[in-house]
Design a protein around this ligand. Structure first.
Ligand code: PGA
Length: 243
C-alpha cells in the first residue's frame, strides 16, 4: 500500500492553488470525472480559485460531475445553512452537473442510499475531496463511524451542529440529523484529497495520520486507502511528528 502523501503549504492561497491543481488535474486526465466535494470554510478559497481558472480557460471541468458528500436532513434546498445553499453560493464553477442530496427527502434513509447507489452505478468517484471536522469526522461520518459505514442518516454531534450555527442563524435552527456518504463510499473513491488548515485541526490531523485506525477518529480510516493526499497548511501540520 502506498504511503499517504502529505503536502504542507504556506497560507490559504497556496492551499487553494494546490487543491485546484489536483481537481483540475482529475478533470484533465478524465474529462467526465466524477468528483466528490465538501462544504466548509476550508474549501472556499479553492472554489474561488476554480471559478477563476474556469473563467480564464485554465481549467476545463465542463464534462465533470460533482457529487456533494453530505447534506443536512430536515430542511429545504433553500434553507440558509444547508449544503444545497452553500454549493449554489460558493461553487460557481461550470461543472456538467452538481448532485446534492435533498435535505427535504421524504424518506431520508432511502434517499441517501439511492444517492450513493447512483455514484456506484456511474462508475464511482474518481476523486473525493474531504475536509476534516474538529471532531475528526469526514463528511458527516461522526465519531463512532466504522470503516464499513454505508451512506445513511446520522445524528449530528454537538460539535458539528455548533460549527454550522452561524450559517443557520442560530444553533436551534441546525437540523439534528445529516445525510452522508458512508466511510465505505468515501474509501471507494479512486483518489482522495483531504484539506485542513489552521491550528484548530492540528491534533485531529495528527490523530488521523499517525494514530491508530479507530472509529473514534473516522478520518483515521483514510490510512486504509491507497491514494490519499493530505494537503495541509503549516498550522494544521503543526503536531505531526514525521514531516
Ligand atoms: P471546515 O469544516 O472546513 O469549516 O473546518 C470541515 C469539516 O467539518 O469537514
Amino acid at each position: 500500500m502506498a504511503p499517504m502523501q502529505i503536502e504542507i503549504v504556506s497560507g490559504e492561497a497556496a492551499l487553494a492553488a494546490r487543491a485546484a491543481d489536483i481537481i483540475c488535474g482529475a478533470a484533465h486526465t478524465k474529462p467526465d470525472a466524477l468528483i466528490g466535494l465538501p462544504t466548509g470554510n476550508t474549501p472556499l478559497a479553492t472554489y474561488a480559485e476554480l471559478t477563476r481558472r474556469a473563467a480564464s480557460g485554465a481549467c476545463d471541468v465542463r464534462a465533470a460531475t460533482v457529487y456533494a458528500i453530505d447534506e443536512f436532513a430536515g430542511a429545504t434546498r433553500a434553507t440558509p445553512g444547508t449544503n444545497s445553499v452553500f454549493y449554489r453560493q460558493h461553487l460557481r464553477v461550470p461543472f456538467r452537473a452538481v448532485h446534492i442530496p435533498n435535505p427535504g427527502a421524504g424518506d431520508p434513509g432511502e434517499h441517501i442510499r439511492a444517492f450513493a447507489d447512483a455514484i456506484r452505478r456511474a462508475g464511482g468517484l474518481d476523486l473525493c475531496v474531504l475536509g476534516i471536522g474538529v471532531n475528526g469526522h469526514i463528511a458527516f461520518n461522526e465519531p463512532g463511524s466504522a470503516a464499513a459505514a454505508p451512506a445513511r442518516v446520522v445524528e449530528l454531534t454537538a460539535a458539528s451542529r455548533e460549527a454550522h450555527a452561524e450559517a443557520f442563524g442560530a444553533l436551534a435552527n441546525v437540523p439534528a440529523h445529516g445525510l452522508t456518504l458512508g466511510v465505505a463510499d468515501l474509501l471507494a473513491a479512486k483518489a482522495i484529497l483531504v484539506m485542513a488548515q489552521g491550528g484548530g485541526k492540528a491534533s485531529m490531523v495528527r490523530a488521523a495520520i499517525e494514530g491508530p485506525q479507530t472509529a473514534d477518529v473516522p478520518s483515521s480510516w483514510l490510512q486504509r486507502h491507497h491514494d490519499v493526499t493530505w494537503l495541509l497548511d503549516e498550522a494544521a501540520a503543526g503536531q505531526l511528528s514525521r514531516r
